[in-house]
Design a protein around this ligand. Structure first.
Ligand code: OOG
Ligand code: NI
Length: 453
């Protein structure tokens, strides 16, 4: 019997989840169709330049999902399942002090880290974990009840975890095991028909819709699946023309004529889906919950730590102007026009973005490294725009300290930072070209045209 390797398992899982989500959330299918149309238009218009940040095959298949869990033990199990798909935890995002609205979670993203694997299938999952210990959100009594509830539930069956460990160890599964693994994994992320305890859910929802979505039900689910688009402004208008209500803004960098940097995202609001509820008297009734939505993203070049400081400064400056009454779009356009380098070469010369280098003839050509990660502020914006109410928070209470090292420790796995991965990729390309990383930057040229993948 033939075996299914890690890469193929990941690609099959991404496709399977996409099919599942399409049947559960029909507007997602509309979004994917519109993305294909826009991507084809950009390809026709820009030719090879359209593939500068990844081949069209990669971009067409590309998705990120998001899930939310309650405890380190659950997150450790998630790491085993995604580990079977060649996805490792990268980055640490603390959304508890995020603007525009604090969310009681910390997050990481599971994704391939090797450039070849990313090119073959970049499927990634933004994964958030509740922090019931944070007193700004939960008092000691509620923390205790939450932890008891979370400790009692089982998100993933043993059979799934056993198959995941086997795939992780062997780098493949025989066809029959692969089929079973994919079936169990997809089922674990589907919306459960299990009735929701009305009173318990409502109690958590008063604090945060995200707390209720995580700790108010006995299973987890994929809460959005995000295709990638090459022109997100075009997509935004296209979706509105199809009658889908989008959130007010595109998150992240503004629309501008300079290079695409980092990540731009937008979404449509969560749909009210029918769900069964268990009432306080034990009876079952039907209600509706808005938890699952649609999101789309456009990716650009990864910024170095220095580039990221510049980006964050521009964000702060735009906020300042908006607070003073300027419309956001105009403020952002003005701030970016003066603050952000207008070309890739300039980003390269000033060491603000990551590139890989290759020798062509006598010169060194620089190709941009695409940003594979997330932005905490955009993430908080995406969470917030899809919550009914802002929830309650007592800022005078102490929070629970959490960081990347803490998270790595409690899930028992190393977590890499995005910047170290990009830097390593850049260094390796320089070594391969026989160039010392400190060589005079004047010898380099920023390449144009194809993605170089
Ligand atoms: C995750 C929201 C963040 C993104 O793309 O920034 C996110 C969630 O809603 O669970 O997916
Ligand atoms: Ni997302």
């Amino acid at each position: 019997m033939s075996a299914v390797g890690t890469t193929e398992l990941r690609a099959r899982f991404a496709r399977r989840l996409s099919d599942l989500y399409g049947t559960e959330v029909p507007a997602y299918t509309t979004l994917v169709d519109e993305c294909h149309l826009v991507n084809q238009r950009v390809l026709d218009r820009d030719g090879a330049a359209a593939e500068r940040f990844g081949s069209i095959d990669r971009v067409t298949a590309e998705r990120h999902g998001a899930i939310r869990v309650g405890t380190p033990a659950e997150l450790a199990q998630v790491a085993r399942i995604f580990g079977a798909l060649g996805m490792r935890p990268v980055g640490f995002y603390d959304l508890r002090d995020a603007h525009p609205q604090p969310i009681p979670v910390i997050s990481t993203a599971f994704r391939p880290t090797d450039p070849g694997e990313l090119a073959r299938n970049p499927f990634r999952v933004f994964t958030s974990m509740l922090v019931p210990q944070d007193r700004r959100f939960f008092d000691a009594d509620l923390e205790g009840r939450l932890l008891r509830f979370l400790d009692r539930r089982r998100l993933f069956p043993d059979e799934l975890l056993t198959l995941a460990d086997r795939a992780g160890r062997d780098g493949e599964l025989i066809e029959a095991d692969a089929a079973r693994f994919l079936e169990l994994a997809a089922a674990a992320f589907a919306l459960s028909p299990e009735p929701v305890d009305r009173a318990w859910y409502a109690e958590l929802e008063r604090i945060s819709g995200v707390a209720a979505d995580i700790g108010g039900v006995s299973s987890t689910h994929i809460n959005h699946l995000t295709p990638r688009v090459l022109d997100i402004d075009d997509l935004y208008t296209g979706m509105q023309a199809r009658g889908i209500a989008m959130i007010d803004e595109i998150q992240g960098p503004p629309r501008w004529d300079g290079p695409d940097v980092l990540l731009r995202q937008t979404s449509f609001r969560a749909l009210a889906e029918p769900r069964a509820f268990r009432e306080p008297d034990g009876s079952i009734s039907e209600g509706r919950l808005r938890v699952r939505f649609g999101e789309v993203e456009a990716r650009g070049i990864a910024l170095t730590p220095a580039g990221r400081v510049l980006y964050d400064d521009l964000v702060t400056e735009v906020d300042r102007r908006v607070a003073a009454g300027e419309p956001r779009q105009e403020a952002a356009a003005r701030v970016w026009a003066t603050g952000m380098p207008a070309t890739e070469s300039e980003l390269e010369r000033r060491g603000l973005a990551f590139f890989t280098y290759r020798k062509v003839g006598g010169s060194l050509i620089a190709d941009p490294i695409v940003y594979e990660d997330f932005l905490p502020r955009s993430a908080a914006g995406i969470f917030a725009s899809n919550l009914g109410t802002a929830g309650e928070m007592d800022a005078s209470q102490g929070g629970a300290p959490r960081d990347l090292a803490w998270l790595a420790e409690v899930i028992g796995r190393p977590i890499r930072t995005p910047e170290e991965i990009y830097a390593e990729q850049q260094e390796e390309s320089l070594m391969r070209s026989g160039v010392s990383p400190t060589i005079d930057r004047g010898a380099r040229r920023v390449g144009s045209g194809s993605s170089g993948e």
